[in-house]
Write a protein that binds this ligand. Structure first.
Ligand code: 4AD
Ligand code: MG
Length: 479
């Protein structure tokens, strides 16, 4: 007989028949009640043993963390909290978990700090919190593919190893197969990349956008969804060195179309999670409530996790230009009271303290800021008629900050070439990108969603390291 997953057993309306479950023991109380979880849902199923009928040595091996196979009759539950339970007739130990080992791990059933759980990222999947987080992470991923597929986008796999620095930030990981203790050099003593694997310097990609543009200019609408790598040394709760990015790119779209697409997209994801991950969401909602209570009152979020998701799904985002944002900030209380650490003046980038003010205090909803000064945005963004700003957009979310960055792209070859010169990008390095502007160039636009930042918003987790299975951050690539 095949095993039934616990998520399905708990939904069964009929009882009295034989069932089999396989899973891991969460708890074994009074030598009688085993809580079994198999990861298919947050809930465990209760399996009841009459200890007189079982070998004592067998029952001793039913410990927290061990894997078991239970066969028996599905019956209406006597206890509270579950509709059905299993009256166990046969019990097989699939894998032991020694209590001494469990003792030193996150599997010991008590409250652990997220930091401690991170040190045991290989085991934290077994906890309720991380089970819920990673099921929802899957849900967000699936919703993204569904959203684009339903709208006729094609998923394009862009390269992970690349010669170009799309964002021009220069924070890239080099890829080589040189023996690092013996790197070949040329006659001038410089690294001889010609003899490296690809015959030139290459890096791990920071974005699939440039390649996605090539796809969009033939397939019409595409999206990438892949790992991206940034060697920025920022040890913050919102940065990873390896993260996943979703980058749609659409031919014939302008900035406004781009904003509309972003807004529909983010609302869709929130709705999808609200509709399909209720049990996990309720659990994380309670967790978030307790978390909020432990904060000073002024830092508490007036909305619960579920309310925050509903709010985004139901309300229009605020749209303002960078120039308007600067004016609002300059008229704000914290600015006048000199509470901001960074300057607020036209031409400087917004810092997270400014973004937080706009989103959390001024508008109390997601904000899209457009038309930033060209000087601190990437070379590919379309120049506006004022000559100073570009058709950029950043989407800022409450509690998260920047969740999406995007723009309309510069489709005019002459302007783009000038931008390359301004940004010191040799044309011969991205000749293939410039080429698209020579053969039927058209307006087009796209954006990048930081996938983990979206998962943070959907789960209420406040550190990005807690929404990716195995985080990579400066000085940390364990597991
Ligand atoms: O704003 P970014 O740098 O934009 C791009 O890379 C464009 N090529 C996107 C496009 O137009 N196709 O990055 C996009 C998003 C950010 O808004 C942020 O959510 C996320 O990626 N992000 C990070 N997430 C985690 N860790 C990091 N180090 C991140 N850097 C950016
Ligand atoms: Mg950005």
């Amino acid at each position: 007989m095949a095993r039934t997953k616990i998520v399905d057993l708990l939904k069964e309306e009929q009882t009295g028949h034989q069932v089999e479950v396989k899973g891991w023991v969460r708890a074994f109380r009074s030598n009688r009640f085993i809580q079994i979880n198999d990861g298919s849902c947050l809930s465990s199923i209760q399996a009841v043993v009459d200890f007189e009928n079982f070998d004592e040595n067998l029952l001793k091996r039913v410990t927290t963390g061990s894997a078991i196979h239970a066969k028996g009759k599905l019956i209406p539950s006597q206890g509270k909290g579950q509709a059905v339970e299993i009256q166990v007739e046969e019990l097989i130990i699939l894998g032991d978990a020694h209590p001494d080992d469990v003792q030193r791990t996150v599997m010991q059933p008590k409250k652990h700090s997220l930091e401690f759980l991170r040190e045991q990222a290989h085991l934290r999947f077994r906890t309720n919190t991380f089970g819920a987080v990673f099921r929802i992470r899957h849900g967000v991923s699936f919703a993204i593919h569904k959203f684009f597929n339903d709208r006729g986008f094609y998923n394009l796999h862009t390269p992970i190893i690349t010669g170009s620095d799309a964002e021009g930030a220069g924070e890239m990981f080099h890829v080589t197969n040189f023996d690092l203790s013996n790197i070949p050099t040329d006659e001038n003593g410089a690294v001889d990349y010609a003899s490296d694997f690809f015959g030139k310097p290459v890096n791990l990609t920071v974005s699939g956008q440039l390649e996605a543009e090539l796809g969009a200019l033939a397939l019409g609408q595409v999206y990438t969804f892949g790992p991206t790598f940034r060697a920025e040394n920022s040890n913050t709760s919102r940065h990873l060195a390896e993260f996943w990015m979703v980058e749609p790119e659409v031919a014939f779209n302008d900035l406004e179309d781009n904003m509309n697409l972003t807004e529909d997209f983010l609302k869709y994801i929130c709705k999808y999670i609200l509709e399909n991950y209720r049990e996990d969401l309720n659990f994380l909602n309670d967790r978030d409530q307790q978390d909020q209570k432990s904060k000073p009152e002024k830092d508490r979020n007036p909305l619960s996790l579920i309310e925050r998701l509903e709010f985004v799904a139901q309300n229009d985002f605020q749209r303002i230009t960078y120039t308007e944002a600067i004016k609002i900030l300059q008229n704000s209380k914290p600015y006048k009271k000199k509470k901001f650490n960074y300057p607020v003046e036209w031409g400087t980038d917004l810092q997270s303290e400014h973004e937080r003010y706009l989103v959390e205090k001024e508008f109390q909803k997601p904000v899209i800021i457009t038309d930033y000064p060209a000087s601190f945005k990437a070379f590919y963004m379309r120049q506006n008629d004022d000559g100073k700003t570009v058709a950029a957009m950043d989407v800022l979310f409450p509690g998260i900050g920047e969740i999406v960055g995007g723009s309309q792209r510069e489709e005019r070859l002459d302007v783009l070439k000038k931008k390359c010169a301004d940004f010191n990008i040799p044309e011969e390095e991205i000749w293939w990108y410039l080429d698209t502007r020579k053969f039927g160039t058209v307006p087009h636009a796209g954006f990048g969603l930081g996938f983990e930042r979206m998962v943070m918003f959907a789960t209420g987790m406040t550190n990005i390291r807690d929404v990716i299975p195995f985080p990579r951050t400066p000085q940390n690539a364990e597991f």
